[in-house]
Design a protein around this ligand. Structure first.
Ligand code: EPZ
Length: 416
């Protein structure tokens, strides 16, 4: 296993190019199996989860791989099974349920277990697909599903679910008739998926709002499509500029996708402005603690919770965070406290007493975004921080240590 070794205290300065979005690429890659002809995708990041998804598509019968900077998917004759040993490494594999039922009328997908941040059930996905005519049974840890042609339905999600909205959006494209998704998730990645599907001939409207309408069509054709850039990666590097008191320019930036994050950073005293070169982030003044509640989009994203918490540790005054999306997404707190942070937890609430004098320590990554929070703290802390088990980080950040080295961070990847 590998670790990141960071000598903290350096102000970061320079340009960072934001990579393509992991959470837009995964559903778009999986949606490609619904097309009759080749799909060419641009701006797909080179991440572990992307390689896992390409493996999944290959297992399903497609040819799928990088061809220079693009990903090319040639749909073959699909087989309906997503095996456990692959799904257990990436829960997003459950997104192939809708497309397989829509294309083949059958699916056998390992039921994704929980993960570090929570139980993460898929009941909303299954209940909604049943309303479209699918039947399911659980067989030795696999979701086995079957249907004649899916038929359009009026679906009300009990809660806002990104994956549930994506699964149903894809399934509805080839269903008979109209599907309406109410209480749909509004994340930009869902609008990107809808943009891709419409470019393949789907008829989707309302994406980005909580009511999405889909008119089923007979088939979808492959297309060339550029996936959006990663808003969480962008938010993470904004926090890196702020926590080190540096000045970064972010290029290939996902416009208009981080309003709630930018609003909180501005409230803390971070300076953010856009010019011809890109989005500039710096702060010349002491940061102030703020109050954050994580919410479905357009609220403050849970995927930026660990990152803003690291920032609050060194801000002046007290900050609070209420995590409303996942039941166990505070595992970075104990590790931050080992570095000298002063964070107190009470249920889903964290109180962060600012002004901490962070000192480097060996810390353990537990999930993708917690790892990012620990790297941020290490960039600020005096002396040496070692972030262990960085395979978590590699799932969602393309060449993070190289991007940070290029703007002055003393960071390297080493064997544990
Ligand atoms: C997506 O996960 C993202 N993953 C997550 O990013 C992100 O944190 C999450 O959305 C919330 O924004 C991808 O896009 C690949 P949900 P997803 O369904 O779709 C509950 C990262 O770091 N729920 O919106 O799994 C669920 O337990 C990852 O990149 C049900 O109860 O999230 C959770 O508490 C981490 N039943 C809440 O809803 C269901 O059927 C939100 O889950 C579905 C979800």
């Amino acid at each position: 296993m590998e670790k990141l070794v960071i000598e903290g205290g350096k102000r970061l300065a320079g340009k960072i190019r934001i990579s393509g979005s992991k959470n837009a690429s995964l559903p778009v890659l999986i949606a490609s199996i619904m097309a009759d002809t080749d799909v060419v995708l641009e701006n797909v990041p080179r991440l572990k989860d992307i390689r896992t998804t390409l493996q999944l598509l290959t297992l399903l019968g497609c040819q799928a791989d990088f061809d220079k900077d693009n990903v090319v998917i040639s749909p073959g004759n699909l087989t309906p099974e997503a095996p456990y040993d692959l799904v257990r490494t990436m829960r997003a594999s459950v997104l192939c349920l809708g497309p397989l039922l829509a294309r083949l009328g059958k699916a056998k997908v390992a039921l994704p277990g929980g993960c570090a941040i929570g139980s993460r059930p898929v009941d909303q996905h299954l209940r909604a697909l049943e309303k479209m005519g699918a039947s399911f049974e659980l067989d030795s840890g696999y979701i086995v599903g079957w249907c004649n042609r899916l038929r359009g339905a009026h679906i009300n999600f009990d809660l806002t679910t990104v994956g549930g909205t994506e699964n149903l959006l894809m399934a509805a494209c080839l269903a008979q008739g109209e599907t309406i998704l109410e209480n749909a998730a509004r994340e930009p990645e869902i609008s990107d998926l809808a943009g891709f599907l419409n470019a393949c001939g789907a008829r989707i409207s309302g994406q980005g709002t909580s009511v999405i309408r889909i008119q089923g069509v007979e088939s979808l054709k492959g297309c060339r499509y550029r996936v959006m850039s990663d808003r969480i990666e962008a938010g993470t590097y904004m926090a890196a500029a702020a926590i080190t008191g540096g000045n970064l320019i972010l290029t290939n930036y996902p416009q208009d996708t981080l309003d709630s994050v930018i609003a909180k950073f501005l409230e803390m005293g971070v300076h953010i402005w856009e010019d011809a070169e890109g989005v500039n982030v710096e702060n010349g003044e002491p940061l102030r603690g703020v109050d954050v509640v994580t919410l479905p989009y357009p609220g403050f994203p849970t995927d930026m919770q660990a990152q803003i918490m690291a920032l609050m540790c060194i801000a002046e005054g007290t900050g609070t965070i209420r995590e409303t999306i996942f039941e166990n997404r505070f595992m970075h707190v104990l590790e931050l406290n080992r570095m000298g942070a002063r964070i107190r937890l009470s249920g889903q609430n964290a109180v962060i007493r600012g002004g901490a004098d962070l000192v480097g320590a060996p810390v353990m990554a537990s999930d993708l975004r917690a790892s990012a929070g620990l790297v941020l703290a290490g960039l600020k802390a005096r002396r040496r921080t070692e972030v262990l088990r960085i395979y978590h980080l590699d799932r969602g950040y393309e060449a993070m240590e190289k991007k940070l080295q290029a703007v002055g961070a003393r960071i390297s990847r080493e064997k544990e």
